[in-house]
Design a protein around this ligand. Structure first.
Ligand SMILES: Nc1ncnc2c1ncn2[C@@H]1O[C@H](COP(=O)(O)OP(=O)(O)OP(=O)(O)O)[C@@H](O)[C@H]1O
Length: 444
């Protein structure tokens, strides 16, 4: 590809101020009625709580800078490989101490070039704590490279399907936190970005994790601006990944935000079952996860569906949480796109599930604390109340063991549980209102 004037020697550009700096942008994703990029970010900036600093510039790097950053793209620096190229870990001279991920695109196909442009444009305009940050790009000669924030824990796909050791298995709480983070990223795209953005390639390989397992969406090469005016959908060539694609989009090419919701349902199933979206060994070579899991769900076979690594057996609250998560997945995967929940409802439901698990976990821990207190009492320790309603066990040799006082906490706990149950029931009612086909069971 010939080199655009803006891709010459080192220059700092703010592509959000002039997207046309990126050659090819205007003919791919823009529409005549599309607002300017500055107004695009205007509505987004209203969401001050969730949006990251949009003043961060997307920089134009030279090939030389990125070669230096990655040790000349040496094999030891390579951290992953996708359908469009290889990803390297590196460090820029200008920001010592901060790792970056450099994606070098295979430039053989024209499609890759298009996706490069969309990726740079989208991630330059969109900034959110649950979207991976694009620091910059390089487009020198035929080279096309993207520079992202480095996500130390890799992709969710790696965690769910790649690791064998038991210590690395993600627990249910972390999995649901990941789902919630991803849903919040998607909510930003659907509801805050202006014009709205349809992600189109939601899958566990595109959800990356930082140190604290915070989820961020990456790979915006297939993203599309949503429909405008009276239009309910965008017509487009069917793209995406097999196993995640909404049936109506696959058969008609009509893309809506509800196509993303379907893919989100598949991600939920993957997180719950630990199985691949297609052809998992236990399901049969070509079988879709959706076709395997949903009939089992209808038959209430929760234990058969749940990832055995989650060890939910014997943990009643975990089984209940899995069931709630499955109800949500089930709704996201409805054949009728209109009956699927909105992303806002998905965030609410997941928030509820996460809080449910945390509350139950805490309660369990407190019970262990109580058991320990009884044990200490038997050994002759004495309970002493402090003004902060904390009871301390003073043993004979003055070793203090703190145990939370039950009463006040339990009242609070009960209130929280009632509020949670109401909340969940309301969420489910709202979801069901949109559908003529309620699931067989619910768990308010
Ligand atoms: N910002 C990043 N930080 C850390 N690792 C990353 C980053 N981006 C990508 N990777 C790693 O590189 C791998 C390949 O990523 P890439 O986005 O190229 O492909 P993919 O999403 O797996 O597949 P495809 O591009 O075909 O949809 C990821 O699975 C992940 O392990």
């Amino acid at each position: 590809m010939t080199c655009c004037s803006c891709f010459g020697p080192r220059r700092r550009h703010d592509v959000t101020k002039n997207p046309k700096l990126i050659k090819g942008f205007s003919d791919h994703n823009s529409r005549p009625d599309q607002p300017s990029s500055s107004s695009s970010s205007a509505r987004a900036s209203q969401d001050s709580e969730t949006q990251q600093d949009s003043s961060k510039r997307t920089e134009c790097f030279t090939y030389r800078e990125l070669a230096t950053a990655t040790n000349n793209f040496r094999l030891e620096s390579m951290i992953g490989r996708g359908g469009f190229g290889s990803v390297y870990k590196g460090m820029l001279e200008t920001t010592p101490g901060q790792n970056v991920a450099v994606k070098m695109l295979d430039t053989s196909g024209h499609q890759g070039d298009k996706e490069f442009l969309v990726e740079v444009l989208m991630l330059s305009l969109l900034r959110h704590e649950h979207l991976v940050t694009l620091f910059g790009y390089c487009a020198e000669g035929d080279q096309r490279l993207l520079v992202y924030e480095y996500m130390p824990f890799g992709s969710v796909e790696d965690h769910i399907h790649g690791y064998g050791s038991e210590e690395e298995v993600l627990d249910l709480s972390t999995r649901m936190q990941i789902a919630l983070g991803s849903a919040k990223g998607l909510a930003y795209l659907h509801n805050v970005a202006q014009p709205p953005v349809i992600y189109r390639d939601l899958k566990t390989a595109n959800i990356l994790l930082d140190h604290g397992y915070k989820a961020k969406l990456s790979d915006f090469g297939l993203a599309k601006f949503g429909p405008s005016g009276d239009m309910s959908h965008v017509s487009t060539r069917v793209m995406g990944t097999h196993g995640y694609c909404a049936p109506e989009y696959a058969s008609t090419g009509k893309l809506t935000t509800k196509s993303d919701i379907y893919s989100f349902g598949v991600v939920m199933l993957e997180l719950i079952t630990g199985r691949k979206p297609i052809g998992d060994a236990c399901m049969g070579a070509k079988r879709l996860l959706v076709n395997w899991a949903l009939p089992l769900f209808r038959d209430q076979e929760i234990r058969k569906i749940a990832d055995p690594m989650l060890s939910i057996q014997g943990h009643h609250y975990m089984e209940e949480a899995v069931e709630r998560a499955l109800v949500l997945a089930y709704m996201c995967l409805r054949e009728d796109a209109n009956a699927r929940p909105t992303v806002k409802e998905v965030v609410e439901a997941l928030d509820n599930i996460v809080r449910f698990i945390e509350r139950k976990k805490k309660k369990k821990e407190r019970n262990i604390g109580y058991g320990r207190r009884v044990e200490l009492e038997k050994k002759g320790a004495v309970a002493v109340s402090s003004p902060k309603e904390t009871t301390r066990m003073l043993s004979v040799n003055e070793i203090e063991v703190e145990v939370e006082v039950e009463e006040e906490e339990e009242d609070l706990e009960r209130e929280r549980a009632v509020a949670d149950a109401k909340n969940w029931a309301e969420t489910m009612r709202a979801l069901r209102r949109q559908s003529n086909e309620p699931p067989k069971q619910t768990t308010p």
